[in-house]
Design a protein around this ligand. Structure first.
Ligand code: PHE
Length: 383
């Protein structure tokens, strides 16, 4: 306890008006000159704490006559209020002082050059994002965006998944209550895929469309290859006379460029997505062993993305006439691409913010991905 507070406590109290005035003067004086939060707290305890001066006086009220009790009680309450207000005021002053002192002492000059050993690294997800944008940018695609918090219309209904459609259950959706409606159909979702950006792009009413939409997606799932938040890139092309051949050619060019290989075996397996018809999954050839995964050779197959021709109902929901326009779409997991390309075994480590992990798996910031200058800049790997 500071000297100031100790002095203040040993003063003798008695329950009369004069004393109340004394307590008030002394306390307010002590509060105004308290130099730190600790002293302020000590003052509070000494006056308003369980055995504080004012508390003790309040305890003594019971012994007084009704008249005196009324008068003293009122004065003590007023005193208490004044002291609390003063404590609050001084607290704000001290907090501001502390903050200013910290801001002064923690000042850094951000224009100074970084020491090489302290240089930050680009996260593999950002790197893959850059690579994908570089590849599709070269093919004439634009980057489109949509919100993380979606309505059910864009995430489901417009994608040919009306309420109660069984495919909705496959998506392990996180729902967010709508403060303006108790109806479950009005609740929002954190988007379960980037496909709602297809609808948002169609709604803008500019044709033809050639976009990719990279972004965050969310599903209630957690193990070595699933995290509740993950990343996808959506692709959408809509024009007149678009066929499955365009889809195959486009994706073939993509995987070759992405894996930086001249040849790569690919195959399409029939699949199902409510928003594409026909739907397919694309596999790439690889060789799997216990310790290694070699892409581009061997007799094994690895599934890498879902795709298909845009379902006529989806075009209609986006305000496009399916008799006049066709399109193809695909969706691929960015994190999964990163795991494959850079040999990272556990997806959960992506989002643990461990700087040692980032130093190991991250990339040097100045090695930008481009189709002409090199995609992954393997020479520049931070390892
Ligand atoms: N949205 C699908 C998914 O998340 C992927 C996909 C996108 C499939 C576009 C076909 C067309 O699994």
């Amino acid at each position: 306890m500071s000297n100031q507070v100790r002095l203040f406590c040993i003063l003798n109290d008695g329950g009369n008006m004069e004393n109340i005035e004394n307590i008030k003067q002394e306390t307010l004086q002590a509060i105004a000159t308290a130099a730190d939060m600790k002293t302020l707290e000590e003052i509070r305890v000494a006056v308003l704490g369980k055995k504080g001066r004012v508390t003790e006086l309040m305890k003594g009220l019971g012994a007084l006559s009704i008249e005196a009790k009324k008068e003293m009680g009122k004065s003590l309450n007023i005193l208490k209020g004044e002291i609390e207000k003063a404590l609050e005021g001084q607290k704000e002053v001290l907090e501001a002082k502390e903050l200013n002192a910290r801001l002064q002492s923690e000042k850094i000059d951000v224009t100074l050059p970084v020491r090489p050993e302290n240089q930050g690294r680009i996260h593999p997800v950002s790197k893959i994002y850059e690579e994908v944008v570089a590849i599709f940018g070269e093919m004439g695609f634009e980057v489109a965006e949509g919100p993380d918090i979606e309505d059910q219309f864009h995430n489901f209904n417009a994608l040919n998944m009306p309420a109660n459609h069984p495919a909705r259950q496959m998506q392990d959706t996180f729902y967010i209550p709508n403060p303006e409606s108790a109806d479950f159909d009005d609740s929002f979702v954190v988007r379960t895929h980037t496909s709602p950006v297809q609808i948002r792009t169609m709604e803008k009413n500019k044709l033809p469309i050639r976009i990719i939409a990279p972004g965050r997606t969310y599903r209630s799932d957690y193990d070595a290859t699933h995290t509740p938040m993950f990343h996808q890139v959506e692709g959408l092309v809509i024009d007149k006379n678009i066929t499955m051949a365009h889809l195959k050619g486009c994706l073939y060019d993509f995987v070759k460029a992405f894996f930086e290989l001249d040849e790569i075996p690919v195959r399409y397996r029939p699949s199902y997505f409510p928003f594409t018809e026909p739907s397919a999954e694309m596999d790439i050839g690889c060789k799997k062993s216990k310790t290694e995964l070699k892409i581009g050779a061997g007799t094994d197959w690895l599934e890498i993305l879902g795709c298909g021709m845009v379902h006529p109902n989806v075009l209609k929901a986006g305000g496009i006439d399916p008799d006049e326009y066709q399109g193809f779409a695909f969706g691929v997991g960015i994190d999964r691409l990163a795991m494959l390309k850079y040999g990272i075994p556990d997806l959960r480590t992506f989002f643990e913010s461990d700087v040692r992990w980032l130093k190991h798996y991250g990339f040097v910031p100045l090695d930008e991905s481009s189709m002409t200058g090199g995609l992954s800049n393997n020479g520049g790997l931070a390892r």
